[in-house]
Design a protein around this ligand. Structure first.
Ligand code: PMP
Length: 365
């Protein structure tokens, strides 16, 4: 553990920024379509912009370190005491805080192959061992993950829906897993994409924390709520876990503008509905086009689709470059061990149409 250990950690690969692609490929920034980071194509809800404008007057002061108003709003929404909530600088912060709070150097963390990249980073960041369980149909194999838990395992990460594959685990399967997990193992149920789920797939995971003292539910304002750039996420867990997390979290990890915007977004049901409706239509638009192009894709429950763009190991990188040249930014997933695939975020209908046309052209080359 130390600089040499840290040097061996592969850094997180974020989607290419629009300005960088414009410069690199000699394109107009306005002409670029970015479907790379599972962002909300509607941007920030106008209600949140208004709340931020009001909050701006107070920026000379530190943020509320305990997020009283935001936690109050979340506590009402999820019917849990405010003390059960931990705020994060994005939900990445929650994942990292959990690793710091619950895992010692040398102990182990379990997560699935093809699951979110930050699980590996959070694990490595505390000098822990990772136990990566082979995926089943590109998603989590919960019985295998349960069997993989060792004596020294302290944390399990589950993404539902999962990024980058978009797979979904039904409520009954997760509950069966929680019923069997040893008491000393904290389960992080990462539901970053929860709000995109159709009603029949929604379940009250926040209620489960009342039953399972080792469950931490993680949510974010980055996706359906449209606040990715502000960095706000939160965890819900019983006080024994929350107390530890709050001891090591940075005191002002969620800034004042973000707190104000998150409260407004939480109350903006119309925006959330618009996001989910657009997403469902965009998914249809994408999958119909992929079917026409004869492309394999993983059925997705998130705001993105993982699509196989060729059979050779260079396919993802090749098609990605062809798309970039046409001003379309998507996410290659070679770093996830999926070099034949691309992850494409669902945008507005017009953006999706641009992607489909560009992909069609790229594949014909
Ligand atoms: N969990 C999953 C599964 C994600 O895909 C992401 C975003 N890429 C996050 C957590 C973190 O998002 P944020 O930090 O913006 O809340």
């Amino acid at each position: 553990y130390g600089p040499e250990y840290v040097r061996a950690i592969a850094p997180y690969q974020a989607g290419k920024p629009i300005a960088e692609v414009a410069r690199e490929f000699g394109l107009d920034e306005e002409a670029i379509v970015k479907l790379a980071s599972n962002e909300n194509p509607f941007g920030v809800p106008p209600s949140a912009v208004q709340a931020m404008t009001a909050a701006a007057a107070d920026l000379g002061r530190y943020p509320d370190a305990n997020g009283f108003d935001l936690k109050g709003a979340l506590s009402k929404r999820y019917d849990v005491p405010a003390e059960w909530i931990t705020l994060g600088n994005g939900s990445n912060d929650i994942l990292e805080i959990a690793a710091h709070a619950f895992v010692e150097r040398g102990q182990s963390v379990v997560y699935s192959q093809y699951s979110f990249a930050v699980y590996a980073l959070a694990t490595q960041g505390v000098g822990a061992r990772h136990i990566v369980v082979p995926a089943k149909d590109y998603g989590h194999d919960l019985p295998a993950m349960l069997a993989a838990i060792q004596e020294d395992t302290r944390l399990v990460f589950i993404a539902n829906p999962n990024n980058p594959t978009g797979t979904f685990i039904p409520a009954a399967d997760i509950q069966a897993f929680l019923d069997k997990v040893p008491a000393g193992v904290v389960v992080v149920l990462d539901e970053a994409y929860n709000e995109f789920l159709a009603e029949e797939n929604q379940f009250e995971s926040a209620e489960w924390v009342k039953k399972y003292p080792n469950l931490l539910v993680s949510r974010t304002f980055s996706k359906a709520y449209g606040l990715a750039g502000l960095r706000v996420g939160f965890g819900i867990a019983q006080p024994a876990l929350t107390d530890l997390m709050n001891r090591i979290r940075q005191p002002f990890n969620v800034n004042s503008m973000a707190q104000a915007a998150a409260i407004a977004a939480l109350n903006d049901k119309a925006f959330l509905k618009q996001s989910a409706t657009n997403n469902a239509a965009g998914y249809q638009q994408f999958t119909e086009a992929f079917d026409k192009l004869g492309l394999q894709y993983v059925p997705s429950y998130g705001n993105f689709v993982l699509v196989k763009v060729g059979n050779d190991l260079a396919a993802g990188a090749r098609v990605n470059l062809a798309l970039l040249k046409q001003g379309v930014i998507v996410r290659p997933v070679g770093n996830y061990g999926l070099p034949e695939w691309l992850r494409i975020s669902i945008g507005l209908p017009q953006e999706n149409a641009v992607l489909i046309a560009a992909l069609t052209k790229a594949l014909a080359q």
